[in-house]
Design a protein around this ligand. Structure first.
Ligand SMILES: *Cc1c(COP(=O)(O)O)cnc(C)c1O
Length: 481
């Protein structure tokens, strides 16, 4: 079709192409199980299949969309496949994708309340909803001294916690003078790497991160934490923040929040709790025990973009004392001055995270929570947990496989009894089959396979098929096939 010469997409064309894109996605989800879950391309292969230089003349929308099929899909690892059991999920759902589309369409910057009041007010509301839905401590609600904010990732949320803790530990002087005291951060040997990254970015120095040993369930040992904090104080250092994890990335270990929280309270140290994936389980009252002790925390984050049907990016970050966070991150140039801010009656979320600009991310969360309702969300979380528990039971009953760690929720760590080399080959063979995708970790120095149930559409059939494939592939390998 000939194009008008102002180069833009007209509203009528937008309507037509928009429908085609929604159809493309609906078709994609309908046939997603026919693709190999893990992309089968060599490095550079996708780029080599694409035009090396940008087009001089605009192209037909149909041609661009067609290249999604021909050139982009082969390079996609299908995170939304119900046969995706790798890493942690990054799941999505119809309501979240459509909420995301509206966010893109409105295209607002929500850095100040006044730059789009609805962007700020809906975000504060939805984050308060989640305090109730997850049974979080009331102090994280925005009508007290605390409040929640959406960050792009748990990594950013944890960095903000480290920065606020750094300032609180130095009477908010580090921002002015630089960090002139030796501040120390504590986490366990199983803590996510984002804490180390945060410590480095915050200028505290990698050598001031203490990785505390874990017990036989891979949970941080509070006795050793307390001892290390006292030792550091004796040496003139300043303990600043402890990061406890609810559901470690490697094997879903749960750090004991009550014991860690009491130490932090007695020592005046900031407690940050990272519940990136597993926090979502607290939607169900029967799993809320994982957050026992959270009332002792200064901050908490979890990722609806992992397990709550809300596409990346969406991390919910809560602080008990928002003043500490805002004082840490606030700067006010003349060009952002406005009456609403000066009145003190509004929240300006730019002071709650690192970037200035911010997308209307609460829209997709609002769509998801309203569309599923608390009951719908709980139903699916319970189903995922029960599927993982079935899988764990099959592993435990098998005479060739064994569990490598406790499986409290939706992640099962397991291994074949034939040793590391065998498990490594088994994983390679399974992932090359295209039928499913798993990843690995090491626990107690042993190579371990991880099976994480959390993609939106993963059901009984997929988990049964996966176990069947795993057993069959292992059987072939045992026979040297
Ligand atoms: C996945 C994960 C993270 C990192 O999440 P991002 O949002 O990608 O930064 C942090 N902590 C834990 C425990 C995780 O599992």
């Amino acid at each position: 079709m000939p194009r008008k010469n102002d180069f833009h997409m007209s509203p009528e064309e937008f309507r037509r192409h928009g429908r085609a894109v929604v159809d493309w996605l609906a078709d994609y989800y309908a046939k997603i199980e026919s693709f190999p879950v893990l992309a089968r391309v060599a490095p550079g292969e996708i780029r080599a299949s694409l035009a090396p230089a940008a087009p001089v003349e605009g192209e037909a929308f149909e041609d661009i969309l067609e290249d999604m099929n021909k050139r982009i899909l082969p390079g996609i690892t299908h995170w939304q496949s119900p046969n995706f059991f790798a890493y942690f999920p990054a799941n999505a759902s119809g309501p979240s994708i459509l909420g995301e589309l509206l966010c893109a369409g409105l295209g607002v910057q929500g850095m100040l309340w006044s730059t789009s009041p609805a962007c700020t007010e809906l975000e504060a509301l939805v984050l308060d909803w989640l305090v109730d839905l997850l049974g979080l401590p009331e102090k994280f609600r925005s009508d007290g001294a605390g409040g929640g904010v959406i960050q792009d990732s748990a990594s950013s949320a944890s960095l903000c916690a480290i920065l606020a803790a750094r300032e609180r530990a130095t009477d908010f002087a580090s921002n002015e003078r630089g960090c002139d005291r030796s501040l120390v951060v504590y986490a366990s040997t199983e803590t996510h790497s984002s804490i180390e990254k945060g410590v480095k970015i915050a200028g505290l120095g990698r050598r001031n991160l203490r990785l505390i040993p874990v017990d036989d369930r891979f949970a941080l040992r509070p006795d050793l934490l307390g001892r290390q904090i006292r030792k550091d104080r004796r040496n003139g250092l300043v303990p600043c923040l402890v990061c406890a994890t609810v559901g470690t990335t490697s094997c879903n270990a749960m750090d004991p929040l009550p014991a860690i929280g009491r130490i932090c309270r007695d020592e005046g140290v900031w407690l940050h709790v990272d519940g990136a994936m597993s926090g979502t389980a607290a939607l169900c009252p029967e799993y809320r025990y994982i957050l026992d002790g959270l009332e002792l925390a200064d901050s908490f984050c979890f990722n609806p973009h992992k397990w709550m049907f809300t596409n990346f990016d969406c991390d919910c970050f809560y602080v008990a004392d928002r003043a500490a966070l805002i004082r840490t991150l606030s700067v006010l140039p003349e060009y952002l001055r406005n009456q609403a801010t000066e009145s003190g009656a509004v929240t300006d979320y730019r002071d709650w995270h690192i970037p200035l600009g911010r997308r209307f991310r609460s829209l997709k969360l609002w769509f998801v929570i309203r569309y599923y309702g608390a009951e719908g969300l709980r139903h699916h979380i319970r189903h995922h947990v029960s599927l993982a528990q079935d899988f764990a039971k099959w592993v435990a009953q098998s005479d060739r496989f064994e569990l490598a760690a406790a499986a409290p929720l939706n992640l099962v760590c397991f291994r074949h009894t034939a040793g590391d080399a065998f498990n490594r080959r088994l994983l390679e063979r399974l992932n090359a089959s295209g039928h499913l995708y798993l990843t690995h970790t090491t626990l107690n120095g042993q190579y371990v396979l991880r099976f994480c149930v959390g993609q939106t559409h993963t059901g009984t059939r997929h988990v049964r098929q996966a176990w069947h494939h795993i057993q069959k592939t292992a059987g072939n390998l045992e026979k040297g096939k």
